[in-house]
Design a protein around this ligand. Structure first.
Ligand code: ADP
Ligand code: MG
Length: 722
């Protein structure tokens, strides 16, 4: 193919002389029905009730719903909306919407726009095609969506259409959660109950509410749209299944934080403008380590809102990219041999006054509180490392975890030097009395809040304490953050309760009791702490000695979701019933199989329909050229290397053909495996290996075949031309 032709085709899709941008603060959130608009548009008493519903969990009554619905409709129509939709997050991990227009006939037969409280509160998408993991049999296939007032409604403009989107949960008529939001909301309640209980025990009577905060750092790739369309693998599976490593990858380290190219920056600008209108506080943008890889990170928000917003960030980027003739790749490993994409999930707990529970405090009392919450998180991760691992398991993330760029499949915690020393001191009994002086001596209050200590640059750790929050780094770039957050909230709620119970049972001075329990817990949970390089073989061995789980593939890791321990935990905290959790296990396992199935079939197609024909053509050209040379020169020695080249090409073609045949056979065989679990194992152990063998052969062939004949854009083109 012609090299670089897309560059000429690319024209600026934006006016360079853009009108002077309006200040962000002037239009931030203008497309959301947020608190400010509500205050302006709702009668005072209705407004107050809504605020109580949002902040205090007050029940919603129909009168309030009607008043809100009317105000939302008026507002949305002024913004140009013709339709509304209940926006929800089925277990596919994406978001779903079914649009209805506002129009209705009056008794007189005229058309008017109407939107009732009932329509706001509840919708009934005919959503029987969403995966339910056996939760619904077809005769009761309907689920319904219900308004989530804690996340504001918003307007989406796409092309010529303008739609009012109402964030909703999605549940079955028997009350089972069919989505990702419902369990997240339940886990938010669970952590609130447990954390408030602990705060009261420690003598904090001020906080009224405790909630998780999330800040997801979203990584992604952008490539030229023309290249994208010429790669069946990218279109079908979001990652390249073939492609030889280019001479230059990321070894020069010249991409990370480098200056951002004009075309990319324009894309980022457009994305941010859209996000600001939606009230999403996009804060950071930069080049990532791999060529054509970037990151966007928001200011952290309350967990439910942050989860909705991250879905909108992914969708908005997907929508804006084609306007710049680019395509967004959210896959965890779009290109073999260079870094993949993750989503560092920053997590902490905050009270309604804005106090961060993981902030080392200034007073001895605050410090005890900090240490207890820190310890609870450590204990939670130790008890349920398997669940955290399972929460990020996917076919895509398998390519990334443990691939020497992302955290390994072993979950451990990195605390940094100072905190490690403090916990050491407590454990060794250097501080035994919880007097104010003693606790100040611990040095907790000297911990630099926010500014991370110098050892914090341990990028190899999957779960790191970074100043005043934990950073869960194993999350995949394309996945919804809802489930990892649900798991975190739930396991920490449990550990908070376990620790609180221990403190309570000791009686006496509560600070002293807390300190004693912390000492015990440091001893009991030390195994999960690891400050070294997570990429080494030694760590793998050491982790095994410590009894830490190391599930390398999703097929294996997902099983922990249906273990007795998990079922009991989620049920106890009212987050997921056993049936709901099992359904999630089935859906994720099925998805794992389907994704690899699609990849394998795509690979076979590409090799058969594109690679082999091109290589055969090259083989033909080589053959004829050698024959003509013999005609003219006679069979001289000089032709030996050309004949060798022909032999190499021929044998690679043969090998590619043979391996592709094997792949196709195995795929056919997989169809007859009935158990989903055996199927997953088969895809993991057999199909993936064969795909890799096919790839190696084809990638070698790519080195030999004429560039003009090679039927798809190569890595160096996709990664470096934009
Ligand atoms: P780095 O790349 O050094 O980890 P970034 O600034 O890219 O840091 O991202 C840090 C993320 O953590 C941001 O999204 C930030 O808002 C978020 N964050 C900061 N404090 C908290 C907190 N208390 N709870 C949750 N997330 C937080
Ligand atoms: Mg970052």
């Amino acid at each position: 193919m012609k090299v670089g032709n897309t560059v000429a085709a690319y024209e600026r899709s934006y006016a360079v002389e853009k009108e002077k941008d309006v200040q962000v603060s002037r239009y931030f959130g203008e497309d959301t029905f947020g608190v400010k608009v509500m205050m302006e548009r709702l009668p005072k008493d209705v407004y107050r009730r809504v605020i109580e519903i949002i902040h205090e969990g007050r029940k919603l009554d129909l009168d309030t719903a009607n008043a809100v619905a009317h105000a939302i409709k008026e507002w949305a129509i002024e913004k140009g909306a013709t339709h509304y939709c209940h926006w929800f997050q089925p277990m596919t991990g994406a978001t779903a919407e079914k649009h209805d227009s506002f129009i209705e006939f009056t008794d007189e037969g005229d058309i008017i726009e109407r939107f009732s409280g009932k329509q706001l509160i509840q919708g009934e998408p005919d959503a029987s095609s969403f995966p339910s993991g056996g939760l619904r049999s077809t005769f009761e296939a309907r689920g319904y969506t219900a308004w989530d007032p804690t996340s504001p409604a918003f307007i989406i403009k796409s092309g010529l259409g303008t739609t009012l989107c109402i964030p909703t949960i999605f549940i079955s008529y028997t009350g089972e959660a069919l989505d990702k939001k419902t369990p997240l909301l339940r886990s938010i309640e669970a952590i609130n109950r447990s954390a408030l209980g602990l705060l009261r025990l420690l003598g904090n009577n001020e906080a009224k509410k405790v909630f998780a905060t999330l800040g997801p750092e979203q990584e992604y790739f952008l490539i030229d749209q023309d290249y994208y369309y010429r790669r069946q693998d990218l279109v079908m599976s979001g990652r390249s299944l073939l492609g030889a490593t280019p001479p230059k990858g990321q070894q020069l380290e010249d991409q990370y934080f480098g200056s951002i190219k004009e075309r990319i920056l324009s894309f980022m600008h457009d994305v941010e403008e859209e996000l600001y209108k939606l009230g999403i506080p996009a804060k950071t943008r930069h080049n990532e380590v791999a060529p054509s890889q970037f990151e966007i990170a928001p200011i952290f928000e309350e967990a439910n809102l942050a989860a909705d917003h991250n879905q909108l960030v992914m969708e908005t980027m997907k929508r804006i990219a084609p306007l710049h003739k680019l395509r967004l790749l959210l896959h965890e490993k779009p290109f073999a041999g260079i870094n993949g994409s993750g989503k560092h999930l920053n997590w902490s707990l905050s009270d309604d006054k804005g106090n961060n529970m993981l902030n080392p405090g200034r007073t001895p009392h605050d410090n005890i509180q900090f240490l207890v919450f820190l310890m609870a998180t450590i204990k939670a991760v130790h008890l349920h490392a398997d669940l955290l691992r399972a929460s990020v398991a996917s076919a895509g993330n398998d390519h990334r975890l443990g691939a020497n760029e992302a955290p390994p499949a072993i979950i451990s915690i990195f605390l940094g030097e100072q905190l490690t020393r403090i916990l050491d001191d407590i454990e060794k009994g250097k501080i035994t009395k919880a007097t104010d002086e003693a606790i100040i001596d611990l040095g907790v209050s000297k911990l630099p809040v926010l500014s991370k200590d110098s050892t914090d640059r341990n990028r190899t750790s999957p779960f790191a304490f970074t100043g005043n929050k934990f950073e869960f780094r194993a999350v995949g770039s394309s996945q919804s953050i809802s489930f990892p957050a649900t798991v975190l909230n739930t396991i920490v709620a449990e550990s908070i309760d376990l620790i609180a119970a221990k403190i309570k049972s000791r009686g006496g001075n509560v600070n002293q009791a807390a300190l004693d329990v912390i000492r015990e817990e440091v001893k009991a949970n030390k195994a999960i702490l690891f400050m070294g390089d997570n990429y080494t073989r030694e760590w793998e061995k050491e982790a095994a000695r410590r009894g830490l789980p190391n599930k390398k593939t999703s097929a294996e890791a997902l099983k922990d979701l249906k273990a007795e321990k998990a079922l009991k935990l989620f049920e106890k905290y009212g987050v997921l019933t056993a049936t709901e959790l099992k359904s999630r296990y089935h859906i994720r396992l099925e998805r794992y199989v389907k994704e690899i199935d699609i990849e394998a079939a795509t690979l076979a197609n590409m090799v058969q329909n594109q690679v082999i024909p091109a290589a055969v053509q090259y083989q033909g050209a080589l053959g004829s050229s050698i024959r003509s040379a013999v005609d003219v020169l006679g069979d001289t020695k000089a032709l030996k290397h050309q004949k060798d080249l022909l032999k190499t090409v021929s044998s690679l073609i043969g090998e590619a053909q043979k391996l592709t045949g094997e792949l196709t056979e195995r795929l056919a065989k997989s169809k007859s495996i009935e158990s989903e679990e055996q199927k997953a194992a088969f895809f993991c152990d057999e199909i993936k290996g064969t795909m890799l063998a096919v790839r190696e052969t084809v990638d070698t062939l790519e080195h030999y075949v004429d560039n003009e004949l090679w039927p798809m854009p190569k890595y160096w083109e996709m990664l470096f031309i934009s």
